[in-house]
Design a protein around this ligand. Structure first.
Ligand SMILES: CC(C)(COP(=O)(O)OP(=O)(O)OC[C@H]1O[C@@H](n2cnc3c(N)ncnc32)[C@H](O)[C@@H]1OP(=O)(O)O)[C@@H](O)C(=O)NCCC(=O)NCCS
Length: 335
């Protein structure tokens, strides 16, 4: 397809994760709700997920993942020019979880803010960060995806509680310097359809429906989801965003090394692969071991793919996501 466009040039200096030690298996869930391990594996591909301890909030996991990413990058957290945290399960409604991450890392001064775009959040944050670097506003940015979904899941609702897990992934990126090999986002593509907000949301706790005894008793502070509707829209959104990103990067599916989609469900990921014409063997999945960790899923999968040597410098990777909103986003990344 010719020479790909340069896109937004940056280098991924390091990645890191933080995953709670506690593992919740499908067999454990059989004892909690009316389900079977087989149903969960067949319908979702998930075998186990990590669950945070009661005193662990999103910023605890986010800060640890970012510290690990900084260590891998060979720099200190106080050398970052900005910290962006993508999350749907913030520590508090205000301030942002990014500010709590700063506090935990004992750093100050750099910009810190959250991106609330559900499971697409980390990709949104990457797009924002690459523009901040391209605009010269920052040189080095820490992008975190962190979630404690277990604290907003209704543990009596078998159709949602089996899906989610907790964890954080972080990536440190640096603006391209002269002489750096080409790397960064060749193209990016993002969007949202807020008309679909009610198909996946947490009804209470915000200004639409502030917390009251009735909202707590009515279980309205938990994930409400129309599973089938989300499923179909997810496949369409992720596949078309990936296809558009490939087209504007002028890259063919043959040229890409891996597809790393948002890790919601094996069937959604496979259907996305098929619909966007990407060979199934290029699909990278970790959903069996972590479940759906929302905004943390892509940075955790990216970290694992790098750790396993599945991606090398110069390789092209397609990232694609969808989430509450509904939001979607995709990008072609040259590592
Ligand atoms: C949730 C999901 C796995 C359900 O799979 P599905 O094939 O659509 O299943 P259905 O919704 O048709 O449900 C079929 C039956 O299984 C039942 N069921 C739901 N969860 C179950 C569970 N954990 N164990 C056993 N049965 C279950 C349903 O109650 C339903 O029973 P019914 O036919 O008697 O009403 C699927 O819709 C999905 O993955 N949706 C997208 C969710 C997602 O990714 N959300 C995050 C977005 S970021």
């Amino acid at each position: 397809m010719g020479t790909p466009p340069q896109g937004k040039q940056f280098t991924i200096l390091g990645t890191g994760v933080s995953l709670p030690d506690k593992v919740l298996t499908n067999a454990d869930l059989e004892r909690m709700v009316e389900t079977t391990a087989e149903w969960i594996t067949d319908r979702t591909g998930i075998q186990e997920r990590r669950i945070a301890e009661p005193d662990v909030s999103t910023s605890v996991l986010g800060a640890q993942a970012l510290r690990n990413a900084c260590d891998a990058a060979g720099l200190r957290p106080d050398e970052l020019d900005a910290i962006i945290v993508a999350t749907s399960t913030p520590d508090t409604l205000f301030p942002s979880t990014a500010c709590w991450v700063q506090r935990r890392l004992e750093v100050r001064g750099m910009a810190a803010f959250d991106v609330n775009a559900g499971c697409s959040g980390w990709l949104y944050a990457l797009e924002i960060a690459s523009n901040l670097l391209a605009g010269g506003h920052s040189k080095t940015i820490g992008i975190v995806g962190a979630e404690v979904m277990s604290k907003v899941v209704d543990w009596t609702d078998r159709s949602t509680c089996v899906l989610f897990g907790d964890g954080a992934g972080a990536t440190v990126i640096r603006a391209a310097r002269e002489g750096d090999p080409p790397a960064g986002l060749l193209s990016a593509n993002w969007g949202a359809d807020g008309n679909l907000a009610p198909i996946l949301y947490q009804p209470a706790g915000g200004t639409q429906k502030p917390a009251t005894r009735a909202t707590v008793e009515g279980n309205e502070h938990t994930v409400h989801m129309e599973g089938k509707e989300v499923f179909h829209r997810a496949v369409r959104a992720m596949a078309s965003a990936a296809t558009r990103a490939l087209k504007s990067a002028r890259v063919t599916t043959d040229e890409i090394k891996l597809l790393i989609p948002h890790q919601a469900n094996t069937r959604i990921m496979r259907a996305t692969c098929e619909r966007s014409g990407i060979p199934a063997e290029k699909l990278y999945s970790v959903v069996h071991r972590y479940g759906n960790i929302s905004a943390a899923s892509i940075p955790v999968a990216l970290h694992d793919a790098l750790t396993e040597g599945r991606i090398e410098r110069g390789d092209l990777v397609v990232l694609t996501a969808f989430g509450t909103g509904l939001t979607w986003g995709a990008g072609v990344l040259r590592y």
